[in-house]
Design a protein. Structure first.
Length: 136
């Protein structure tokens, strides 16, 4: 059965991130000059404007910064997932990432809740990083 949900469209900046996801790794750019870890990736560091960058493998932990519970599917492919949670997760290394929270009753979620990455590999093209509460 084909994966019917929307998939990312990598470009030159984001390709290393998505390649990392294929290996179940969260990869982010880190400035060699000021050590700022950033998402989304960019040609220059937003803090010091250096173009000297490395890609690092981040931990799999973060916390829920903000979230919303969807009770209406805004794309037909998500109808069977209702209700589903879209969240902004602040990773332990600092960047914020837009993702889904899975594996938990949405009514039990709260901001600042610790979460850990889980990998959705239902597409052959992408492993998608999603998160679940750390203690579940």
């Amino acid at each position: 059965m084909a994966y019917e949900k929307p998939l990312p469209k990598p470009n030159a900046d984001t390709r290393p991130f998505w390649e990392g996801c294929q290996e179940n790794q969260l990869r982010f750019q880190k400035c060699r000059h000021c050590d700022h870890i950033r998402w989304p990736p960019s040609v220059i560091c937003p803090k010091c404007h250096s173009s000297d960058t490395d890609w690092i493998v981040a931990s799999d932990k973060g916390m829920i910064y903000s979230y919303v519970v969807y009770h209406i599917a805004f794309h037909p492919a998500f109808e069977n997932d209702l209700p589903y949670v879209t969240a902004v997760v602040k990773l332990a290394e600092g960047p914020y990432i837009l993702t889904n929270i899975v594996g938990s009753d949405p009514s039990k979620l709260k901001c600042d809740m610790p979460v850990v990455v889980v990998w959705d590999d239902s597409s052959q093209e992408f492993n998608l990083p999603k998160f679940k509460p750390l203690n579940e």
